[in-house]
Design a binder for this molecule. Structure first.
Ligand SMILES: Cc1cc2nc3c(=O)[nH]c(=O)nc-3n(C[C@H](O)[C@H](O)[C@H](O)COP(=O)(O)OP(=O)(O)OC[C@H]3O[C@@H](n4cnc5c(N)ncnc54)[C@H](O)[C@@H]3O)c2cc1C
Length: 473
């Protein structure tokens, strides 16, 4: 069994460490930020300082796919999340029966457990802390890579890391889980190697988000999907822990006229314009409007032109690839990726360094990269569509899969089977082609959704939205 260093104690770093330790490896996590302040959701939410994670207090929701994986692999994390006040919920218990057709066998797959991001991470950290063979060292910044004799020409062979102050820590394998701003590509270059292949651009989205807490313990009535699309923007309504929830507008960062949503009173007035989301703003806000933009899509590949750029090191989670997160897939994709690594290490140990990085690249490309690409494709279309809204035009594309995506969204509230297909895709339980493969599904989706209005859910047009935001208060 191997000595493994995991760089970064974010959601995916913690999960990777626990999975590997349960397989008998000895795992040390190195994290530059400090530990959670105690075992209480409110302390964690209010006090935990995490400069290493920009989105730490932004909207988060754990998809049913994440819950399914967690239930199978690390159920103690779900138990801890519930103990911290996390919400166990199923959207099919919350939407009106007129829309769902009532609860059916199999709907339990849509269950999830979710919380505000700091609480989610504290739950994972608490379980990791008590996992035998996992040790978490916090306040430790990794500054460089330690290398030994190369296995492949021009590819540094990583044998450990250098930390702040110059000390070195050795390992059989280093796992980069340092998140979307991973410094490890530059470290490989400093060690004499080539940088990994990188695709990188600003996703183009901005979030205007607030968190709320119920005054009487009740949660707002669910009248639509958690992610609702409208003219010029989308609205997220995300249940969380301890009677809290998050609400956010996501839109194009280029849309200067919507920047008035930074103002809390304009934000509240705008939310009231959306009948299926307005009720989520009728409670006590526990944050001001939190804005995040400049969120980059990034994708890395560590085998370039058929040759590994490094051995002894692999990257998982956001350090490997990340996109605009409005589909809420980061933790689910990261956990899938961590499972890929754990499974591979059962067959190919760090004592076969070249085979390990090549196989990890191949399996990542065949199983995880397609999820990244699909998410990116959705984002690109949605951003183009918003740009068309702003220009007063209708978005046109020759990509038939976008037309199908739109038709599925529009048809979902009109038919319980289509609704289940839509929610399966949104929950990352299957891909759109898999959902549409059910007998008769394509015909149903096209009949109900192909000629539906662009945005079937009631909401303001752009002029009304802009006028509301601009109204002096
Ligand atoms: C606005 C926004 C909303 C999101 N909403 C959702 C959602 O609803 N659902 C979802 O599943 N995902 C969501 N995501 C994505 C999710 O936040 C990420 O996928 C997830 O945090 C990635 O976890 P990670 O462990 O890979 O990286 P991170 O959580 O970024 O953790 C990286 C860790 O590495 C540490 N680190 C960095 N450099 C060093 C170093 N040199 N030495 C030591 N430590 C270091 C950092 O301090 C940090 O703790 C959202 C993202 C954004 C931006």
């Amino acid at each position: 069994m191997a000595e493994i260093l995991v760089l970064g104690a974010g959601l995916n770093g913690l999960v990777t460490a626990m999975l590997l330790a349960r397989d008998g490896h000895s795992v040390t996590i190195l994290e530059r930020d400090e530990a959670p302040p105690g075992n209480d959701a409110e302390n964690v939410w209010l006090e935990w300082q995490r400069p290493g994670v920009n989105q730490f207090r932004q909207l988060h929701f754990m998809l049913p796919r994440w819950r399914t994986l967690m239930q199978r692999e690390l159920p103690a994390v779900l138990d801890q999340l519930i103990a911290f006040g996390g919400s166990r919920l199923n959207v099919f218990d919350q939407l009106p029966a007129t829309v769902t057709g009532g609860r059916r066998d199999g709907d339990e797959r849509f269950e999830t457990v979710t919380a505000r991001r700091p609480v989610l991470e504290a739950a994972a950290a608490t379980v990791a802390q008590r996992t035998p063979a996992v040790s978490i060292r916090r306040g430790v910044k990794v500054t460089g890579l330690l290398t030994g004799p190369a296995i492949i020409a021009a590819a540094p062979h990583v044998t450990g890391v250098v930390i702040d102050g110059g000390a070195v820590l050795r390992a059989d394998l280093v796992v980069d889980a340092t998140g979307r701003r991973s410094p490890v590509g530059a470290m490989i270059e400093s060690s004499g190697g080539r940088r990994p292949h990188e695709e990188r651009e600003d996703s183009g989205f901005v979030y205007y988000a607030r968190h709320f807490r119920s005054t009487d313990g009740s949660r707002p009535t669910v009248l639509g999907p958690l992610l609702q699309h409208f003219d010029s923007l989308s609205v997220l309504t995300l249940p969380a822990d301890n009677n809290t929830w998050g609400v956010g507008f996501t839109t194009s960062a280029r849309d200067k006229q919507l920047r008035g949503l930074r103002d809390a009173s304009a934000w509240q007035a705008a939310l009231k314009l959306y009948p299926t989301a307005a009720q989520w703003g009728e409670a006590d806000p526990i944050t001001d409007v939190q804005v995040i933009s400049g969120i980059e899509d990034r994708y890395h590949r560590y085998v370039v032109d058929g040759e590994p750029v490094v051995t002894g090191l692999v990257a998982i989670g956001d350090a490997w690839a990340c996109t605009n997160p409005s589909l809420g897939r980061g933790a689910s994709i990261g956990m899938l990726h961590a499972c890929v690594l754990r499974d591979l290490l059962r067959d190919v140990g760090p004592d076969q360094p070249e085979k390990l990085v090549r196989r990890f690249d191949e399996i990542t490309e065949s199983t995880v990269t397609p999820l990244y690409r699909m998410t990116l494709a959705f984002d690109r279309h949605r951003l183009n569509e918003i740009a068309a809204d702003v220009a007063g035009e209708t978005y046109q594309t020759s990509d038939a899969s976008w037309a199908m995506t739109k038709a599925l969204y529009a048809a979902a509230p009109q038919d319980p089977d289509v609704l289940r297909a839509y929610v399966s895709v949104a929950s990352m339980l299957c891909t759109p082609p898999e959902a549409l493969a059910a007998p008769g599904m394509v015909a149903k989706v096209l009949t109900l959704g192909a000629n539906a209005p662009q945005y079937p859910t009631p909401g303001p047009d752009r002029a009304e939205l802009l006028a509301t935001i601009a109204t002096p208060r």
